[in-house]
Design a protein around this ligand. Sequence first.
Ligand SMILES: [Mg+2]
Length: 296
Amino acid sequence: MNPEELTRRLASVRGVMFDIDGCLILSDGPSGLGGSVLPGAREAIDLVRSSGRSLAVFTNGSGQTPHQIADSLRALGLDLGDHEVLTPAVVAAETMQALYQDQPLLVFGGVGLHHDFEKLGLNVIDLDRVVAGEPTNAVAVVIGWDTDFGRDKLQVAAEAVLAGAAIYCTSDAPSFASVHHLNVGVSGFIATGLSHVTGHPYRVLGKPSPEAMQTLVQRLGVAAEQVLIIGDDLILECSMARASGALGILVTTGTNSAADAEAAPTNQKPDAVLDSMTEFVELLSLASESSVPRAV
Ligand SMILES: [Mg+2]
């Protein structure tokens, strides 16, 4: 996309989704835990808000609730409300409600996953009772950031799947951007293992799934074509933009580089590659000026 076209597309954007890790902040833990703000991130959020556009931040982490994530981001000076934070747990709970209503669900994860299921009043099976031998008639097994997933849980999850339950996973990203070391993903590790032992595939509900995009456009209150998705991961953010007709920008402060974007397949290609959020702020300011009608 040439600079003029990019400016024109940016001017028509009505809602913006920022990724968190590697885009707004960089840390050694998921969803900004103990992190530091990347240059331009605060200004980017302030500019989007003052321009009247809706905004959301969307992590693929499911270890914390939206409120907890918003709290850590606010502590870092990012001006965000709880309702502007999306996680795959939000998507998973909404999807389970739509597909299965009040049917029983096996849910593996911590408070970050369970919170959204409780909020919607979903029928979550008591894991302790199932592990103790009580039979389950679960229609779905939902895998999130469960750092206590051992043999007992694997056994009951596999039995449920072999009895007909579908497998869902919050995210199967192998890792996410961090300061010092490879920050490995837990949910995809478990879902892959469960899929291996049962021979049944799993479905991802976090980015870049259509379900995640649907939750995002509902939260932003605009059509997919009016959304800008900005993140550091070609597979998670750029492919979600590409598949839905949203504008997609890769920022190279995290997982993927400009060279990665150059080599990416068509379905992961960003519309633009930026070095930093500071560059994004400059571009969006330009686009906002260009959209103001000139006096004759
Ligand atoms: Mg990221």
